[in-house]
Design a binder for this molecule. Structure first.
Ligand SMILES: NC(=O)c1ccc[n+]([C@@H]2O[C@H](COP(=O)([O-])OP(=O)(O)OC[C@H]3O[C@@H](n4cnc5c(N)ncnc54)[C@H](O)[C@@H]3O)[C@@H](O)[C@H]2O)c1
Length: 353
């Protein structure tokens, strides 16, 4: 810029949370407290569910995976997340899921936060699963089976420990190296960790069954005969058309709770059921409008696909928590000329830089 060009106004700078700063922020708060913090924001936004703009996420599918945009607004703040899902990525040394997201002021349309969300998605997914499980699991649940020991798995374990009182986790993955990784990462985290060699083994004695596998097909991670009465299933890996984890007979024996039915009917386990199959909306349970678990023998199923409001809550939490910390940079992201109509003049004045 030439010396006489006006400096960008404050509004031109958008707080940006990089991956490194997100990790610093999480470390400064502690993983479990961070998840608990997101859960509190989620609870607040779930109670305010009706005020939000809601739409199924906008998905662009390819043979290898999916790229999605997830927008929402509560009338004051707008947010969206960019996220991908490519199950074959891990074989190439890449993440299955990566993401970033943004919050903006509705009254001006100006962004107020840009953030990495690969880490934050794992934290918010875990917070959502645990908040839902807290409302649906059998009383006194202490053991969780975790089938699929990839990127999401340790976050799920710590969230269920913090919010639901889980003390023991039983891990299973078709790839024993993934189980070994998760078991090692969970050492010293206050959980008893049991590594299992079959899914059947993992669910033995567990009250919460978490499935978080990644496969671009309809898999049968749990078959009907594996699931006994009186459990809560937290199924988060089936989140795309043609990508599910549970045998349909399990769905028919369960009371099914979903985030946003128009999206879950496209992407969730319930894509295997007729379009008018009855499901409950989980926000109504969290807001105290509907009862969650009604008997100890019931099977409750959270068919979690991940909804935009959860990312909005997580971003809102981050926005509040980075205030006054060094865990952000100011990104010169918006062209904001002194005379709002003189965008071209702003460009001209920058010549000779
Ligand atoms: N619902 C949500 O909000 C949400 C959020 C994030 C991710 N996800 C989904 O959760 C899943 C897990 O995500 P990730 O980031 O941990 O993926 P990841 O690729 O890191 O891990 C997936 C694990 O599943 C294992 N696996 C695959 N098939 C299996 C099978 N038949 N039995 C046991 N294990 C099996 C793989 O070996 C791998 O270790 C993905 O499908 C992802 O799309 C959902």
């Amino acid at each position: 810029m030439t010396t006489d060009a006006p400096a960008p106004s404050d509004l031109a700078f958008v707080p940006f949370v990089s991956v490194q700063n997100m990790m610093r922020l999480v470390q400064s708060i502690g993983v479990e407290s961070f998840i608990e913090g997101i859960a509190a924001y989620l609870e607040e936004d779930f109670r305010n569910w009706e005020a939000f703009d809601k739409t199924p996420r906008v998905a662009s599918h390819s043979a290898e995976g999916v790229i999605e945009l997830m927008p929402t607004s509560n009338g004051e703040v707008y947010g969206f997340k960019y996220v991908n899902g490519h199950p074959k990525n891990t074989r190439e040394g890449l993440q299955t899921v990566t993401a970033f997201g943004l919050l903006a002021q509705v009254d001006t349309g100006y962004p107020v936060l840009l953030s990495e969300m690969t880490m934050l998605t794992a934290l918010r997914t875990a917070a959502t699963s645990a908040l839902v499980a807290k409302n649906l699991m059998p009383k006194g649940s202490h053991t969780m089976a975790v089938i699929g020991n990839g990127a999401q798995s340790e976050f799920q374990c710590l969230a269920m420990k913090k919010l639901c009182g889980i003390r023991r986790v039983k891990l299973y993955d078709i790839d024993p190296a993934a189980t070994a990784k998760a078991a090692k990462n969970l050492e010293g985290q206050g959980l008893e960790v049991v590594s299992c060699t079959t899914a059947q083994d993992a669910i033995e004695g567990a009250q919460i069954l978490t499935t978080c596998t990644a496969d671009k097909q309809c898999a049968t991670i749990l078959s009907d005969n594996m699931v006994g009465a009186g459990v809560h299933i937290n199924a988060i890996g089936g989140d795309c058309p043609g990508k599910t984890e549970l045998h349909v007979d399990i769905l028919k024996r369960s009371d099914i709770f979903v985030e946003y039915p128009p999206q879950t009917r496209i992407e969730g386990e319930i894509q295997a059921l007729p379009d008018d199959y009855p499901v409950e909306e989980v926000w109504e349970v969290i807001a105290g409008r509907k009862q969650g678990r009604t008997s100890e023998s019931q099977i409750t199923l959270f068919d979690g696909v991940g909804f935009a409001i959860e990312d909005f809550s997580a971003l809102r939490f981050v926005r509040d928590r980075i205030k006054g910390t060094p865990f952000m940079e100011q990104l010169d992201m918006l062209a904001d000329p002194d005379d709002p109509r003189d965008l071209f003049g702003m460009l001209q004045r920058s010549s000779g830089e």
